[in-house]
Write a protein that binds this ligand. Structure first.
Ligand code: PDD
Length: 284
């Protein structure tokens, strides 16, 4: 049996139900998180749960559970589903009420849903590197919120998939922002450059962990917007995200990055990041 959580209750997935007028279903009016599980343990769980509370606050939604309560519910779900390597997905919507753009009046409770899924580490892609395309970033101006509204992301990711690529690197005019489902960094002369955490990108937990590792290891980095020209002349490019960890990018829009192989700075970060996973969750 596969267990899920609906409104705080652990249920058999086949009997779990959400109303057709749930505001997440109708408007994408909600927020979500994806947390990586290694050896049955959450990696950077607290950071993800704190960001969930922050995202909810930014859309004026108050969550009925504290991060600590959510953490123990997620632990229960992971253990009931006997998950070893995978993800836990959770989302809160502004609840169920007759369709109306205005927030529901009174104390309509948010709908809370969570489930787990087995997801292997993408070891082969991490070893060889992946191909990407470029795409104009057509999303709204609050990409810092991990909202359920992902249409802009989906259209770009679909374009990438149809081109046989792993990711679409998004840009607003000349400025690179992030990927359709990951953050993007470049390496030039040994310095890592990644877009600053503002309203144009999701401040990835993986991105933050990578920068923390850089600080601890005295690896130079800059948090600033970089251009398409800087991207095309970068020595190395990598993507970072919960499911993909640190992923070398070896091609952008048909052009090789550097010599077309994962570079040494990215390799070093991959190893340091793996070390951090093992420190939190045990040997991989
Ligand atoms: N995506 N930017 C975007 C647009 C993302 O969707 C994600 C993650 C990231 C990386 O964030 P983090 O390191 O916290 O996972 C950056 C998740 C995994 C998803 O939607 O499936």
């Amino acid at each position: 049996m596969e267990y899920v959580i609906v409104d705080g209750e652990v249920l058999d997935r086949t009997v779990a139900k959400v109303d057709i007028e749930d505001r997440g279903y109708q408007f994408g009016d909600g927020v979500y998180e994806v947390i990586r599980i290694y050896n049955g343990k959450m990696f950077t769980g607290k950071e993800h749960l704190n960001r969930l509370v922050e995202s909810a606050g930014k859309i004026r939604m108050k969550l009925p559970f504290s991060p600590e309560e959510l953490e123990s519910k997620m632990e229960e779900l992971i253990s009931k589903n006997e998950l070893d390597t995978g993800i836990v997905y959770m989302q809160f919507t502004r609840g169920t009420s007759p369709r109306n753009h205005v927030f529901p009046a009174g104390d309509v409770a948010p709908t809370f849903v969570a489930y787990t899924r087995k997801v292997a580490r993408p070891v082969e892609s991490m070893e060889k590197g992946v191909r990407t395309i470029l795409d104009e970033d057509i999303r709204w101006l609050r990409c810092d919120i991990k909202s359920l509204n992902l249409l802009g992301n989906l259209l770009s990711k679909q374009k990438a998939a149809e081109a046989g690529c792993f990711e679409a690197i998004l840009h607003r005019g000349e400025t690179v922002t992030e990927g359709s489902h990951s953050n993007i960094s470049i390496v030039k002369d040994g310095v890592i450059i990644t877009h600053q955490a503002d309203n144009f990108i999701l401040n990835g937990i993986t991105r933050q962990k990578v920068l923390e590792i850089c600080s601890n290891e005295s690896i130079a980095f800059e948090e600033r917007a970089f251009t398409l020209d800087e991207l095309s002349s970068a020595d190395e490019v990598f993507s970072s995200g919960t499911t993909v960890e640190v992923m070398p990018i070896v091609e952008v829009d048909g052009k090789p990055v550097g010599n077309g192989e994962p570079g040494p700075v990215t390799r070093n970060l991959q190893n340091l990041f793996k070390g951090e996973i093992e420190r939190q969750c045990g040997n991989l």
